[in-house]
Ligand binder design. Structure first.
Ligand SMILES: NC(=O)C1=CN([C@@H]2O[C@H](COP(=O)(O)OP(=O)(O)OC[C@H]3O[C@@H](n4cnc5c(N)ncnc54)[C@H](OP(=O)(O)O)[C@@H]3O)[C@@H](O)[C@H]2O)C=CC1
Ligand SMILES: CC(C)(CO)C(=O)C(=O)O
Length: 323
């Protein structure tokens, strides 16, 4: 199995190192000092499950790699509409694309039976630019539960979790999914093939849509947001509104707000990725995690007042705080 990881950062290099360990032929596409470190010393993973070093091929030139069986996108989601130069050389007729992103994917309405089938979500597929680079029929849905950070160039700190749930937009248990799942399991990851991956997307998103923008606005950690009574209430409202939007789209994520909150509180004094990006002066991943959810509220006629308020505030923050 030939695999390319485009944007082999915190999650991409972790996944690529695990896949290499499991026996897949892995090519990491990265840049700058992180690329040079991986070229020279491999990917060093520091993990509570045991440290390891993997030595997949690493390059900044996808043309060196050519078409692969699977492309794993480790880029931030707002990079997808403009990633053609990185991805196109890797695509053969049957290449599948798996995106590590949090939030709503560009392919969300692809193969979704019902009144919204085939609709485009402007926030994540502006003027169809993402679909032009990453045709939805290539997409395998993926929900990433692990948490990782780049501790130093070439060094990935794995904090927790090994589950990468995957599933076809159509719900079919396809061979391309089961083959990929087997390869992930060989690499020490958990990889259930889900008959309705959208339910997993909503379960993960309930946390991100609440904690990521609130943390950016308040600079608080997950546990601080949970233990402050008023922000806890805002989280509850955001999660309830998100579940309402999911239900209007025909999804039924099997989790209560209380259970999802307990899980998030257990993460402890952790800064969300959005707060980390804000502090690093990097673009916030708002489009997929918040703006797309507001667009889905518009499409389905959901009121979602708390979501709209938080979106307005964090959108202003993103436009004023990031150069
Ligand atoms: N980290 C985590 O724990 C989790 C992350 N995710 C999702 O995974 C995705 C990636 O997140 P994460 O791994 O944290 O982000 P990172 O910033 O660590 O990884 C993205 C990588 O892509 C690289 N990159 C960007 N543009 C190019 C380019 N043109 N050529 C080569 N490399 C490029 C970046 O390099 P540079 O730094 O130089 O820009 C960086 O190394 C996000 O959508 C996030 O929501 C989901 C769950 C958990
Ligand atoms: C920590 C967590 C789970 C917040 O919802 C996350 O996924 C992120 O930081 O983006």
């Amino acid at each position: 199995m030939r695999i390319a990881v485009v944007g082999a950062g915190a999650i991409g290099a972790y996944w690529g190192a695990a896949m290499d360990r499991g026996g897949a032929e892995v090519h990491l596409i990265a840049r700058n000092a992180h690329l040079e470190a991986m070229r020279a010393h491999g990917v060093r993973v520091l993990s509570p499950r045991g440290d390891f070093v993997a030595h997949p091929h690493a390059t900044d030139d996808p043309a060196e790699v050519g078409p692969v069986d699977y492309v794993f996108l480790g880029l931030k989601a707002h990079c997808y509409p403009t990633c053609s130069d990185l991805v196109s050389p890797l695509l053969g007729p049957d290449t599948a694309v798996i995106a590590a992103q949090n939030g709503i994917p560009w392919w969300y309405f692809h193969e979704l039976k019902g009144p919204y089938q085939g609709r485009r979500i402007e926030a994540v597929d502006p003027d169809g630019a993402t679909s032009a680079v990453l045709p939805p029929e290539r997409a395998i849905g993926c929900v990433v539960y692990p948490a990782t950070v780049i501790e130093a160039p070439g060094v990935i700190r794995h904090l927790e979790g090994t589950r990468f749930s995957i599933g076809e937009p159509s719900g079919e248990i396809s061979t391309r999914c089961t083959d990929l799942s087997d390869a992930m399991i060989a690499g020490g990851l958990k990889s259930p093939v889900e008959p309705d991956i959208r339910n997993d997307i909503w379960i993960k998103l309930m946390g991100n849509v609440a904690f990521n923008p609130i943390s950016a606005l308040t600079r608080a950690t997950m546990v601080e947001i949970c233990q402050h009574p008023q922000t806890r209430q805002v989280v509850v409202q955001l999660m309830e509104e998100t579940l309402d939007i999911a239900a209007r789209l025909g999804s039924s994520p099997d989790i209560s707000v209380e259970k999802r909150l307990r899980g998030a509180e257990g993460v402890g004094h952790h800064k969300t990725s959005m707060l980390q990006d804000l502090e690093a002066g990097k673009q916030l991943e708002l489009d997929a995690i918040v703006t797309a959810v507001v667009e889905l509220a518009d499409i389905t006629g959901a009121a979602a007042p708390t979501l709209r308020t938080i979106h307005a505030a964090v959108d202003l923050l993103a436009s004023t705080a990031i150069p």
